[in-house]
Design a protein. Sequence first.
Length: 175
Amino acid sequence: MWQLLKQIARTGTPDTRVPESDDAWRTESQQIQQDILDVLGRALCIRAIDSGSCNGCELEIQALNNPYYNIEGLGIRFVASPRHADMLLVTGSLTLNMKEAVRRAYEATPHPKLVVAVGECACTGGMFKESYAVCGPLSKLLPVDVTVPGCPPPPIDIMRGILTALRVKRTMLAP
């Protein structure tokens, strides 16, 4: 214990500055909530589907639920069933074992539905695209509205992709 305290005393306090954060999206939170209500009249419901990923993208998606991003406070929530979803958020290379499940989830999602491909694997097939167990990118099976590249993409990029898809939905519903 004493050695630890001596080490702390010798090290001192760090003199590096805290990096600047990009919080511009936080000031737009009221506008985002209003956009969601204008388009849907309720919360945006998302069904996340892992079609064969390494779980890196899922960790970043779950970070959207933490207090820093607070996606639920914006009026966006995750649901357990595609029947209750407005959007499918698909991660990972489309594997042969998940191909039928992803197709059925898409068919079960009510119209007008949106599909967002998250991560390099879902967008292009990633490093596994030449594998015998992979069908390729998600766009080979479903019409993808928005792609969010990155391995894994940061939570802010995933949020931008979701909001871009919401804008796509608004133009689809416009008279």
